[in-house]
Design a protein around this ligand. Structure first.
Ligand code: ZN
Length: 184
């Protein structure tokens, strides 16, 4: 059952940095004496003695009350874990179309970008990739995989990307327009 929480405890929700635009915004409303917090497209409720700090259930984010003061790191860990699972799964399929593989994948809080690569063939993804719909995530991964062969956005890079994912422009546009609506 969702609990009634004092508002002064809630500065914690203002943690979310942005990629392009802010992805998680919080608004407060009262319903049946409960305070309900909209976290992008999902509501947030508080529970006691849940066995994990944060979960999604019945369409709600449910945060254990004892983690209220650590909500920022709890949310980030939650998204990171989801991102790693999703990226590994999609990369497994996508890399079959390539003759190279990344050495490692990391999920971090990147500044103003969804993903990046390093000359040592490591790929880095923003934890907010967890919120991307699968075709968009596939585009993000495919883009970085092509960079392992073509480091710059040269004509050869775009040509190769077009071969691997002929409809990529659609997802690039989607990311620019809808980043703010991404949800788990
Ligand atoms: Zn690029």
């Amino acid at each position: 059952m969702a609990e009634y929480i004092n508002l002064e405890n809630l500065s914690l929700i203002n943690f979310v940095s942005s990629v392009g635009r802010s992805l998680i915004r919080v608004s407060v409303s009262r319903r049946n004496r409960k305070k309900v917090f909209a976290t992008h497209s999902r509501k947030l409720s508080f529970l006691s003695d849940q066995n994990i700090p944060l979960k999604i259930s019945s369409g709600f984010f449910k945060l254990d009350k004892q983690y209220l003061n650590k909500a920022e790191s709890v949310f980030k860990s939650f998204y990171k874990e989801k991102a790693i699972q999703k990226i590994k799964e999609r990369l497994g399929l996508i890399s079959e179309r390539f003759d190279h593989r990344p050495n490692s994948i990391k999920v971090l809080g990147l500044k103003n970008r969804w993903a990046s690569w390093s000359p040592k063939h490591n790929l880095h993804f923003h934890w907010k990739c967890a919120m991307a719909p699968v075709p968009v995530l596939d585009y993000i991964i495919t883009h970085e995989m092509v960079h392992l062969k073509y480091p710059n956005h040269s004509p050869a890079f775009w040509n190769e990307l077009d071969k691997k994912m002929p409809n990529y422009r659609k997802y690039e546009t989607w990311l620019k327009q809808n980043g703010v609506k991404m949800s788990l």
